[in-house]
Ligand binder design. Sequence first.
Ligand code: ZN
Ligand code: ZN
Length: 339
Amino acid sequence: MKAARFYEPHKPLVIEDVPKPKPGYGEVLVRVEAAGVCHTELHFLDGVLDLGVRPITLGHEIAGVVEEVGDGVSDVRPGDRVVVYYYVGCGRCRYCLVGEENLCENPKAEYGFISDGGFAEYVKVPARNVVKLPDNIPFEQAAPIGCSVTTAIHATKKASPKVGEYVVVYGVGGVGFALIQYNKLVGAKVIAVGRRDEKLEKARELGADYIVNAAREDVVKKVLSITGGRGADVVYELVGSKETFSNSIKMLAKKGRIVVIGYTGELVSVNPLDIVVKEATIIGSVGNTLQELIEAVNLVAEGKIKIVVDDVVSLDRINEALERLRRGQVIGRVVVKPR
Ligand code: ZN
Ligand code: ZN
């Protein structure tokens, strides 16, 4: 089967033939119909993220059809339309035992990170890792649910915004769009910050109450003015640069929470006094739980969260898609169709 493989940083992904996997006991073989292209892949290519497994088939936002099931699988059948949960926890550590497989101390698999993922014609996963898709969600829209919507739900739960609180979505990519919609659902007032008008317009369409263009406006000043000088109660930091982190601290209200989701490899600095006097909380957020994926699929099926798909491309064009993402030209997600 064809797969797009990562060999080393600063080199394009290599499209090559690899053996088609065979599902073992308790596993299913998913024929990939769509796989979302995420910033994570750029982090691999840039050498910012290195989990030590190479070569590897990247792609962790995966939707498709179950083609074959291994022995011992009873609740999933060939022909089922599914989206994949990309973590396989050990099931025994203190995190797995409460459903936090995203923090597992000894993960058995993580598709597109340490295990072969969805930029291929097929992927093999435990039956427990597929969530069935309602018919009203097309594959192109289903794939990005697996990371963008789930990451947004997980991050929002970390910050627990209350009705009427001001939240800043600092970065308007796929996760940002989902954050805007989910935070509107929980009753927050949303300020979206980005650098491109097309993306900010989309942010407004999805429900953002205010938009700020960081390319020509002073983000801190603008957020302070929107919030009547008090600052934002929550900042979702989706960029993770020295500049954006420093701005996040400055625009934060007393008792505010910064949820760190993005990273760039840059070191950030903060004066501890700013955290002290604001009684600020800085929270990390990584991935999501299986329960959050189920919640995400339901929200999309009900039309409460919309998935923004920029383009659908063949596997051969994946490097081109990554280049567009790097240049900031992608609005939402590019989705790869491997077959
Ligand atoms: Zn575990
Ligand atoms: Zn992702």
